[in-house]
Design a protein around this ligand. Structure first.
Ligand code: PEP
Ligand code: MG
Length: 320
């Protein structure tokens, strides 16, 4: 089986009825690039930049960040690279920021919330990204967006830094897409409004599931409630994809669900454009997608959306 998959490294991903989808990889550091290329990734769907900030005693400098982003952009030779701005907080801490302890860190001061307040740190990252942008196909993504206002603020800070660099004569990529992670239910529900302003969505199911089901993704005791196939989750995903398409935008997914064998037929049927997963899952997903008929999966997804439980959904997928 592994040998069969290996033949697909340089293939594009087409379904049995010739619909194209993009299979990208999630990475944490430039060292992960080799794995992406060896496994036939068509892009980076999520570069988690937290690791640049972790395991050290002070913030990474603009220059250090610039080098990492440039390495990844060049390494992907013009293929899309979605870099997510700092998503710290929740389960990931930075000792040198000395933030107060919180009762509910996953519902607390994290990611874009922190970046909009500690703007120096945010602006440094954005400058590093903008300067690196001319070395490849960069897309910038903001994490944990809960309101339109947060997106507008983050985007205007980005624009501000861009203008400053341009006026200093720095080279900045012409057309950098700016998108958001959809990982908070409010944003999924309001996706039609967001879709008018963002360039793309990437659905972060790891968090979207925990916030929708009110079940901590790290807590074993409630893991039975962490249900990717719950029709409630599928309906939210559908809202996001439909909203994107209505505005001529694209919708991807970078949560674990995107590489899941049971979820893939459903996500294809719901119209997902890009699937981003760990590099080692790409070839398996590509081989699965080649056997699936998109038109049939649309029917499967439509049925699943009308079901009441995750079990029924899984049962329906296993019948195909
Ligand atoms: C997600 O929430 O689905 C996601 C991809 O982000 P992270 O796992 O880094 O929170
Ligand atoms: Mg997340």
């Amino acid at each position: 089986q592994k040998l069969e998959w290996a033949k697909l490294v340089n293939e594009k991903t087409f379904t049995a009825d010739q619909f194209f989808v993009e299979l990208a990889a999630n990475i944490g550091t430039p060292d992960d690039l080799e794995g992406v290329i060896n496994n036939g990734g068509e892009g980076i769907g999520l570069y988690r930049t937290e690791f640049l900030y972790m395991g050290r005693s002070q913030l990474p400098t603009e220059e250090e960040q610039f080098e990492s982003y440039k390495t990844v952009l060049e390494g992907m030779s013009g293929k899309p690279v979605i870099v997510r701005t700092l998503d710290i907080g929740g389960d990931k801490k930075l000792p040198y920021l000395s933030l107060p302890e919180e009762l509910n860190p996953f519902l607390g001061f994290r990611a874009i919330r922190l970046c909009l307040e500690q703007q120096d740190m945010f602006r440094t990252q954005l400058r590093a990204l903008l300067r690196a942008s001319s070395y490849g196909n960069l897309k910038i993504m903001f994490p944990m967006i809960a309101t339109l206002d947060e997106f507008r603020q983050a985007k205007s800070i980005l624009e501000d830094e861009k203008q400053k660099l341009v006026s200093k004569g720095e080279k900045v990529g012409e057309k950098i897409e700016v998108g958001i992670m959809v990982e908070i239910p409010s944003t999924a529900v309001l996706a039609d409004q967001f879709a008018k302003e963002v360039d793309f969505f990437s659905i972060g199911t790891n968090d979207l599931i925990q916030y929708t089901m009110a079940a901590d993704r790290m807590n074993e005791r409630v893991s039975y409630l962490y249900q990717p196939y719950n029709p409630a989750i599928l309906r939210l995903i559908k809202m996001v994809i439909d909203a994107a398409h209505k505005e001529g935008k694209w919708a991807g997914m970078c949560g674990e669900m995107a590489g899941d064998e049971i979820a893939i037929p459903l996500l294809l049927g719901l119209g997902l454009d890009e699937f981003s997963m760990s590099a080692t899952s790409i070839l398996k997903a590509r081989s699965q997608l080649r056997t699936l008929n998109k038109k049939e999966m649309e029917k499967l997804a439509a049925e699943a959306l009308k079901m009441g439980t995750a079990e029924e959904v899984v049962h329906a997928v296993k019948k195909i």
